[in-house]
Design a protein. Sequence first.
Length: 325
Amino acid sequence: MPVATACANIALVKYWGKRDTKLNLPAAGSLSVTLDALRTWTSIELDPAAASDAMVLDGRQREGKELSRASKFLDLIRPAGAPRARIVTRSAFPTAAGLASSASGFAALAVAGSAAYGGTSEPRALSVLARRGSGSAARSIFGGFARWDAGVRDDGTDSCARPLEGVTLELAAAIAVARAGEKEIGSTDGMEATRETSPYHAAWLAQVDRDLATCEAALRGKDWDALAGVVEGSCLAMHANAMAARPGILYFRAPTLWAIERVRALRKAGTPVMFTVDAGPHVVAFTPPAHLEAVAKALGEHPEVDRVITSTIGGPASLIERFPS
Ligand code: PMV
């Protein structure tokens, strides 16, 4: 029974906008770092007697949308007539909190599913496959820093991530998990509404290529100031673009703005630290490992920050012997 593990990633240059929703093809590239603490484990057991797939996620049997998304994904891998699967999956972090769990989830499912059904073990092909489950999962196949090229082909075979070789910047993350509000608009719906109605969308897409080049150069040159400029700039431009949709999409909540201010105050006082925010209210602060504890402590001071998860850089998605106990 194959067991796989994969870590979620957080984008330094954001992906926001698809050129093909069915294949999850992005309109522009993106660049991320994989985080060790945001880890998912997934096993797949083939069950020749079962009429349909089954899934246990974080100890609870799931039906409906969650199961059907996983099941449709496995349909991309399994040969005709192959047995159904029993999927058991668990994450080291709260999956309902909107913390990039689809990235680690689909990367782990791609690796475990391919092993179970005799599919590919080649990372590039796994990245193309994981992308079909959730775009950002393409980047979680690789450890460390990964860049996802948009690709040009209509079939998506050239739209996958690749590791950024030679980047040795030591970076850690403190994730301020804001108290969950009402359910946010999901990334796919948010991206589509933005593409269809935001007057800023073309400008956003034009900026992404410049940001990718700036970000890669800042990482290679270990230039924290340049990195903070591009990481925060990409995040705020993505959110400005979404906010400009009609009706506007607003992921920020009170603790989000508070944490952003806090990160900027820490930086002004001399700490190399920068923030980013995905399609939810949580703030991720990146800093050198030596400053992690102080940054995490500062971010935990808001009453609506439930917890602060700290993490170092994570490794690639892989097969493992067994679930951790
Ligand atoms: O791939 P999805 O559908 O999980 O979308 C990811 C969107 C962001 O997290 C906001 C940005 C990113 O590049 O990860």
